[in-house]
Design a protein around this ligand. Structure first.
Ligand SMILES: Cc1ncc(COP(=O)(O)O)c(C=O)c1O
Length: 433
């Protein structure tokens, strides 16, 4: 073998399959990996399409896709080829230079977002970083004395909202358990009750502005993901758009979880029942964008939003690197070529219908859109259901004590959806005595 192709000591890449048992890997994990996630449910070694295999050789239907990430499933040949080809051509340059992949990705994102002239993209490595960029844009949207208003110092977000764990993104994230250990967080953020237009009216009212300052931005998820797949009520975003426009505030849509085809359109806000036809100021994306390769973006709509961050006011070493950009272009290309936006709607509807039709008394309803769904349970036994699913060869997520989240690859077939529905038709959890 050519020396250059010899595996390096200690790691043989994909060849790790069968090297050790799941129990042995888990033990090593507990001694080497920081305990922020708790012990791994399984150690996974390989994937193909909608399936993954664990270190003990068991196969699972992946109905979570790395939490709404693996849009094309695992080891998709087009994605693998695009990443390999880019790595073999030009893997990384500094942001002192541009690359064709980076430029083409920014153009493509503007096109699928139907962003108006003057719009621009900031490329990142994660959803958190995309949100952080949006937060910095909000801080630059202070307003000037000539606006005649109070300076825009407040940033509004919603209860239940999740936007990431860096200090800025955490300030926007509502959950007290995530926030409190790290206070003080960047100030000026207010959390409003979810989907409550009266609360929104109050936050923008002259009295609130006089007492607490003007609003620089409202940051919302069109469908709250981590809060248990909660779509905003119809009409909310249109109302929010009217108020933000009037106040000169940015309407920031966090589509990190809902974007890139997950709900059956490129972005959730593009569906009239969700977006009500709004044009946002900023959309954040990540997760599905790279099909599993880390990449994200903050898309600024129109010249005003696109010029809030001037030269030197933001940066990143890896963001927009050619490999991540090639991965994203390949992912977007496959979604378009294979008509996945349509099949997401069809497969999502099928999955929802079949689960609901089975009439399991443990299942109250299924909510969500496309392939971002939550199975609402009639009892708070989501953890037990998720464990039963794993034992039955399915990966799902107990997103709330009484709700299971499903966010499978966008390539999920009808037969695979039926396999998933069969599990929900028959799963039982004994009542506590
Ligand atoms: C809506 C939303 N925003 C931001 C984030 C943070 O993204 P990341 O984990 O890629 O940093 C997430 C992650 O779950 C998310 O769901």
């Amino acid at each position: 073998m050519n020396d250059a192709l010899e595996p390096v000591s200690g790691w043989t890449g994909g060849g790790a399959v069968g090297e050790a048992s799941g129990a042995a890997w888990t033990d090593r994990y507990s001694h080497a990996v920081m305990d922020t996630f708790g012990p791994p449910q399984r150690v996974l070694v390989r994937g193909e399409g909608a399936y993954v295999w664990d270190a003990d050789g068991r196969r699972y239907l992946d109905l979570l896709a790395g939490i709404a990430v693996n849009a094309l499933g695992h080891a998709h040949p087009t994605l693998t080829a695009a990443i390999s080809a880019q790595l073999g051509t030009l893997g990384h340059v500094s942001n002192f230079f541009g690359t064709p992949a980076q430029i083409a990705l920014a153009e493509r994102l503007l096109a699928i977002a139907s962003a108006p002239d003057g719009s621009r993209v900031f490329l990142t490595n994660s959803g958190t970083e995309a949100v952080e960029a949006a937060f910095k844009m909000a801080r630059r949207n202070r307003g000037t004395e000539t606006d005649g208003d109070a300076p825009r110092t407040r940033v509004l977000a919603l209860e239940g909202g999740f936007h990431g764990r860096s200090m800025g993104a955490l300030a926007l994230t509502a959950k007290a358990a995530y926030r409190e250990p790290f206070e003080p967080l960047p100030g000026g953020v207010e959390h409003l009750p979810f989907g409550d237009t009266a609360a929104l009216d109050e936050a923008f009212s002259p009295a609130a502005v006089a007492a607490r300052g003007g609003v620089a931005a409202l940051v919302v998820e069109p469908v709250q993901g981590e809060a248990g797949v909660r779509p905003l009520p119809e009409g909310y975003l249109a109302h929010a758009r009217r108020l933000t426009s009037r106040a000169g505030a940015l309407l920031v849509l966090d589509e990190v979880q809902t974007g890139i085809g997950r709900t059956g359109s490129w972005f959730a806000f593009q569906q009239p029942e969700i977006g009500g036809g709004v044009v946002p100021d900023v959309v954040t994306v990540a997760k599905g964008l790279g099909g599993g390769f880390p990449v994200g973006a903050a898309i600024a709509f129109g010249e005003r939003a696109a010029t809030l961050l001037g030269r030197g006011q933001h940066g990143t070493t890896f963001g927009g690197n050619p490999i991540a950009s090639a991965a994203a272009l390949a992912t977007l290309g496959v979604i378009e070529r294979d008509g996945l936006l349509g099949s997401v709607r069809e497969t999502g509807d099928l999955l929802r219908r079949e689960i609901e039709a089975a009439g399991n008394p443990l299942v109250a309803a299924v909510r969500g859109r496309g392939l971002l769904l939550a199975v609402q349970l009639t009892r708070p036994v989501a953890a037990q259901v998720a464990t039963a699913a794993l034992d039955a060869g399915l990966i799902v997520n107990a997103v709330a004590p009484d709700a299971i989240r499903l966010a499978p690859p966008l390539i999920l077939t009808a037969d695979q959806a039926r396999d998933a529905a069969r599990f929900f038709a028959s799963v039982t959890v004994p009542e506590e005595p």
